[in-house]
Design a protein around this ligand. Structure first.
Ligand SMILES: [Zn+2]
Length: 203
């Protein structure tokens, strides 16, 4: 640890992802430290928040002989021109859906790896159901095979949770397994209040 409490990280160490915001503070995406470093060097970072760590870069300054360092904050806001479109719903894809349901089948309640899961349309698309978050449930292949082209009522199956439309902040929480405490605190403040309790603060 350095005197200021930050730590020096050698390049090659798998640095936790950096939370990228648009200039207004709306969460944009997770960035690798390398992507964040490029943005710093191109002066695309408008402001920063959260803890910072010091990255030890590979090069040595020819004049000073000093190794080069970069202060990397855990949360960075990017200058204008990178604002996220005004849309707060993440794309519905299997990876995002399984993350929303935390890799649990919403019918039998068991946990599976992604390769054993599938996207179930609660009202089947062939029966007029839409491919939207509120009509999509994570299902193991066994339950999906049993349900087939039926509604849960017809198949006498009940959903263990109400499928919800995750906000973009929830999507970011659910898609990063190595989230830092300050990043979690920031993202939780953007989660609808009635679902905030589902996301535990990192100690
Ligand atoms: Zn199942």
């Amino acid at each position: 640890m350095l005197a200021d409490g930050s730590s020096v990280l050698h390049v090659g160490y798998t640095h936790p992802l950096v939370l990228g915001l648009d200039v207004t503070g709306r969460p944009l995406a997770w960035l690798s430290w390398a992507e964040a470093a490029v943005l710093y060097c191109r002066e695309k970072v408008a402001w920063t928040a959260g803890e910072s760590s010091t990255l030890l870069m590979g090069g040595t300054n020819r004049l000073s002989g000093q190794r080069s360092y970069l202060e990397l904050s855990s949360i960075i806001a990017l200058r204008t021109g990178t604002a996220r479109p005004h849309r707060d719903t993440p794309t519905l894809c299997n990876a995002n859906l399984f993350a929303r349901d935390r890799y649990h089948c919403l019918y039998c309640g068991k946990r599976f790896s992604g390769s054993s899961l599938s996207r179930d349309h609660i009202i089947p698309t062939s029966r007029g159901g839409h491919d939207v978050w509120s009509n999509a449930a994570t299902s193991c292949k066994r339950c999906n095979g049993f349900k087939m082209n039926r509604t849960p009522e017809e198949a006498a199956m009940s959903l263990l949770a109400v499928p919800f439309v995750p906000s973009f902040s929830e999507h970011l929480i659910l898609s990063n397994k190595r989230i830092l405490a300050d990043q979690m605190e920031f993202l939780r403040s953007h989660v609808p209040a009635h679902r905030r309790g589902a996301y535990a603060l990192v100690s």
